[in-house]
Design a binder for this molecule. Structure first.
Ligand code: SF4
Ligand code: SF4
Length: 280
């Protein structure tokens, strides 16, 4: 909730939502997710206006990252250079080492807070052999990645192919359900919803996640700008992989593969790029 208002005795009182959020600790955060959080930071905290709601939750958050010991079939972080090893943005990072049925963790410290937490735990210094084992685990994960984003200048490729026949092809399969945007860790669009009570004395405004796959998203006076599924899929993918660079200086995709996993008809962003590139 962003604010609420109440009319009493002929006067209207507006109250901003200033509830103090709880302090969050995120346990088991993957490298792709840390990269996505860095993107969200740029969106919500960069520029002249920081989002106070995001800022309040973000400021004191504590992150325990985990370096992936196994890649999923839909993962492609290695080709996006966002994983599978957590490089920054964590307080502590763990690599699980399984040997002879026993589990041990190599811990890396990323902040003073992480240092203080580790200091309170039973631990022993890592040996060179431990470090080599952990490096080997991450290297194996990199080598077993289920997918890869094609190489080359994808921004240019997509922007030069806005009328490529593949957009019609994907539009035939896409249900415009918006699942991909709901699970994507870098999608940040929101809308606001106003509600009032039946007597007309109380009202409030809430912020909700939105999706560029809905008709309402691009509605302006008289209708939706992107009325076809083709236009909406193209908007999503070209924003993620092309115009995001112009807006924020990086790709909007961290290769987590969630949009592939959760698409009910199996649309795969890496396959769509490859098709436009003219590959298999
Ligand atoms: S999840 Fe799949 S079907 Fe749904 S909008 Fe995204 S690409 Fe289309
Ligand atoms: S576009 Fe797909 S793979 Fe890329 S960050 Fe979003 S959900 Fe993950």
């Amino acid at each position: 909730r962003l604010w609420s208002a109440k009319r009493e005795d002929g006067e209207t009182r507006v109250t901003a939502d200033v509830t103090e959020p709880p302090r969050f600790a995120f346990i088991g955060v993957r490298a792709c997710e840390l990269n996505a959080i860095a993107i969200q930071d740029r969106v919500f905290l960069g520029g002249p206006f920081a989002d106070p709601h995001y800022q309040a939750r973000r400021e004191d958050a504590f992150f325990v990252a985990v370096n992936c010991g196994q890649a999923g079939g839909t993962c492609f972080c290695a080709s996006m250079k966002t994983g599978p090893k957590a490089e920054a943005g964590f307080d502590l990072a763990l690599t699980e080492m399984l040997e002879d049925g026993e589990s041990r963790f190599l811990v890396e410290v990323g902040s003073d807070e992480g240092h203080d937490v580790l200091a309170a735990l039973p631990r022993e210094p890592a040996t060179a052999a431990d470090e080599a084992t952990a490096t080997g685990i991450v290297a194996r994960t990199t080598a077993s990645m289920g997918r890869s984003m094609p190489e080359g200048n994808i921004r240019e490729l997509l922007l030069e192919n806005l009328e490529h026949p593949r957009w019609d092809d994907v539009a035939e399969r896409c249900l415009t359900c918006g699942n991909c945007t709901m699970v994507c860790p870098t999608c940040f669009c929101t809308s606001v919803e106003d509600t009032s009570d039946l007597t007309g004395t109380e009202t409030s405004r809430e912020r909700r996640w939105d999706s560029c796959f809905t008709m309402d998203f691009s509605y302006i006076h008289g209708g939706s700008v992107r009325s076809s599924g083709k236009a909406r899929y193209r908007q999503w993918m070209t924003h993620k992989l092309a115009t995001w660079f112009d807006q924020f200086g990086t790709s909007g995709c961290v290769g987590c593969g969630r949009c592939v996993t959760w698409c009910p008809v199996g649309i795969d962003i890496t396959e769509e790029v490859r098709a436009i590139q003219g590959g298999d």
